[in-house]
Design a binder for this molecule. Structure first.
Ligand code: ADP
Length: 305
């Protein structure tokens, strides 16, 4: 049974729906990226998965022995969090609070776990420092260590690299990938579609069109190609995702490519997907709308894993 199975879910506030027709599954060991336009409801979906928000419609089934307190959460970095006055050690330890009911003290097992996770995240030497004095990357490592104190089963990460510079971003992504290799299941919201298809094995795209499937299926779908191409056009720092003419996603889809950075050499080539999306706009056809007609739409129903 899947860790999480989501059936015909609509999420929103009160009766106001912000995203609907959401169907997907997360199996143990999966790495799922949730992508979509700004405001499409990604954070709302994550809060709904965490029970912080009630579903407007549909169901979320937690299975495979997953308990409510076995989901680690790394929320979006807010200015309020950045100024949090506690020490690194206190913050990491606070991740242990929900493990065996809320008790007014930490056990020696909690302290050992906090220490191990600080070691794992390479922040042991920062343990006595105030969180607010740390760099953005160090702060995210602290929050990851805290989330790992809550669980090693499933981490929900809401834009974990937001505001980080490219080098620290790459470090954070590789840390998350290592955790996933160690067996931690990941659900990550990302506005960075390049990283999403570079690291995740499954993609959930929400908004007007909903897609759920493997990374390869997403890259082969019109919705995925359109979104990827548009982002790489909008974002100068993403030329690496311009695919090859003959077989647009050959490198990105190859298992041993690791990250999608291997696409860098193809930056200047005109591409099949580019031509396709250009053709689509010339004809007045919106690739997303086309996908909406069901041609390329892949929801969990017809893609049950
Ligand atoms: P995303 O994470 O994809 O950028 P969000 O889930 O943050 O999108 O927001 C989806 C929509 O829900 C937005 O239109 C946003 O304004 C609205 N929204 C977010 N939080 C609330 C809230 N607490 N109450 C009502 N509407 C909200």
């Amino acid at each position: 049974m899947a860790l999480i199975a989501v059936n015909d879910l609509s999420v929103g506030y009160g009766s106001q729906i912000v995203a609907e027709n959401i169907n997907f599954k997360v199996e143990a060991g999966d790495y799922l990226c949730i992508v979509g336009e700004n405001g499409s409801g990604k954070s709302t979906l994550m809060k709904t998965l965490l029970n912080l928000q009630k579903p407007v419609k549909g169901e979320i089934i937690k299975g495979d022995g997953l308990k409510e307190n076995e989901i680690g959460y790394l929320p979006q970095h807010t200015d309020v969090q950045k100024d949090f006055p506690a020490s690194v050690k206190e913050i990491v330890l606070s991740g242990c609070l929900g493990r065996s009911g809320f008790k007014p003290f930490y056990t020696s097992a909690d302290k050992k776990l906090a220490f191990e996770n600080m070691e794992r995240m390479g922040i042991t030497e920062l343990s006595g420092r105030s969180y607010r004095e740390l760099s953005g990357g160090q702060q995210q490592r602290v929050l990851l260590a805290r989330a790992l104190c809550a669980t090693r089963k499933l981490l929900l990460l809401d834009e974990p690299v937001s505001g980080l510079d490219p080098k620290v971003t790459a470090e954070m992504y590789s840390l998350i990938a290592e955790l996933n290799k160690e067996g931690v299941s990941i659900i990550m919201i990302s506005h960075d579609i390049g990283a999403a298809v570079g690291y995740a094995d499954h993609i959930l795209h929400i908004g007007g069109n909903v897609f759920f499937g493997t990374r390869e299926e997403y890259l082969g779908s019109k919705l995925g190609r359109f979104f990827l191409m548009r982002q790489s056009r909008d974002d100068e720092s993403m030329p690496l995702f311009k695919p090859r003419k003959k077989n647009p996603y050959s490198i990105m889809m190859s298992e041993d490519s690791g990250t999608a950075e291997t696409e860098a050499g193809n930056a200047s080539e005109e591409t099949a997907a580019e031509t396709e999306s250009e053709k689509a706009s010339e004809n007045g056809v919106n690739a997303e709308q086309d996908a909406d007609n069901g041609n390329e739409k892949k929801e969990v129903k017809d893609n049950d894993r």
